[in-house]
Ligand binder design. Structure first.
Ligand SMILES: *Cc1c(COP(=O)(O)O)cnc(C)c1O
Length: 392
């Protein structure tokens, strides 16, 4: 298989190198406070060597390596991915939906789906003998890069906003990352991290900006297909910057391109009402002035979504939908998921469940429906205390 970068706007192709992050032409059209221009996507050319998924794909190695642009020998040994896809019997009964599956990405080493992107970025850094990785994050991308970086022997510098949940901060420090707490928003942390790499070098793992973040996250879609033995009918994806969303589309697109599947599932991007830039842009056909993210679901709280343009384009092209849910709906869904399935998700992750409830009338009851559960509830127990109260 041969891999290359392709601009998501002008289709120009490039070789994959560590210093190329955005299309040099389209990125010129970037405007302040707007999503990135010229986001690059990994293209692949060639034939599969054998059956896919390969026999023994459940083994904790790298079953999807053939579809990833970095050779297996560069991957650090740390069990990212291969997360459970399971059938929550009581939740199914509670909602009268026998086709629900939970894709439990809280089972990743640092507790969130972000590990999929961090793993590929870490492998790429090792391949190119880069020892420093830099990332701005609302928390999970930072703690993920810190943890996977620790396994890979990389030095990791993170920029997080002051509002970062304490658990995510402590987790990053435990892994040994250099931490800068920025007196501002996530968007400010992104700016500071880019200033840092421009000055000091190092590989940026900023989500959407580094094309390998989208590519790494596609493995969740490959796994869902392999675990179900078919395409699902619907997938609910918690959405902030739109990088998980882009990765989910990319994984399914790769399967279709390789002739392994033929129909794209209906993808639902779920956003918080207080952080809905992608929903607004899908409805209007363009991005408007940014509104700072304002939601209890910190991991999807974004004013200017880095991968917004490509995310909206893919939603439009594939007939996907955007669903907005309130913080109250998210907290109710979080508690319902915990108490009906035993899976404790952080608010952003529980938004998949809230999204399903919102569109319940329009989705057939027996649809094979995958709820992406992107991060563990233990990362933000403050938010989760609201609905339960502490006795005594
Ligand atoms: C990062 C994250 C998201 C949102 O992903 P985007 O790529 O920013 O859209 C959702 N849930 C959790 C737990 C996350 O960490």
């Amino acid at each position: 298989m041969e891999f290359f970068y392709r601009c998501s706007e002008c289709d120009r192709q490039f070789a994959i190198t560590p210093d190329l992050m955005l299309c040099p032409d389209c990125s010129q059209r970037h405007e302040p406070d707007q999503p990135l221009r010229g986001v690059l996507e990994v293209g692949l050319r060639g034939e599969l060597r054998g059956p896919w998924p390969p026999p023994g794909a459940e083994a904790p190695s790298l079953p999807y390596a053939e579809l990833l642009p970095v050779e297996p020998r560069y991957f650090p040994v740390v069990p990212v991915g291969n997360t459970p896809l399971w059938e929550p019997a009581r939740l199914r009964q509670h909602l009268g939906r026998p086709g629900i599956y939970l894709k439990d990405d809280t089972a990743n080493p640092t507790g969130s789906l972000k590990d999929r992107a961090s793993l590929l970025v870490a492998a790429f850094a090792r391949k190119h003998e880069i020892s420093d990785v830099v990332v701005a994050s609302t928390g999970n991308a930072a703690s993920s890069m810190a943890g996977i970086g620790a396994a890979a022997g990389l030095s990791v510098r993170i920029f997080v906003p002051k509002s970062v949940p304490r658990a995510k901060l402590v987790q990053s420090l435990q892994y040994g990352a250099e931490v800068t707490v920025v007196d501002g928003t996530y968007d400010d942390a992104c700016r500071d991290s880019l200033e840092y790499t421009a000055l000091h070098g190092g590989l940026s793992r900023n989500t959407g900006f580094n094309p390998l973040t989208i590519e790494g996250k596609k493995t969740v879609a490959l796994e869902v297909f392999a675990q179900l033995g078919r395409m699902p009918d619907a997938v609910f994806v918690p959405t902030g910057d739109g990088v998980i969303l882009g990765g989910v589309f990319k994984g399914f697109e790769d399967l279709i391109r390789l002739g392994l599947a033929d129909t794209m599932p209906t993808i639902y991007a779920v956003q918080a009402e207080g952080s809905n830039a992608i929903c607004r842009a899908l409805a209007r056909g363009e991005f408007d002035d940014p509104v700072p993210g304002n939601t209890i679901a910190d991991s999807i709280s974004v004013g200017v979504p880095a991968n917004g343009r490509s995310a909206v384009k893919k939603l439009a092209r594939h007939g996907g939908h955007c669903v907005e849910v309130s913080d109250a709906e998210i907290l109710d869904a979080q508690q319902m998921l915990s108490s009906q399935s035993g899976l404790f998700a952080e608010p952003a992750a529980a938004s998949s469940v809230a999204g399903l409830l919102r569109v319940s009338d329009t989705l057939p009851r027996d649809a094979v429906t995958v709820l992406l559960i992107t991060g563990t509830g233990l990362k933000d127990i403050e938010a989760a205390t609201d609905r339960v109260g502490i006795p005594g």
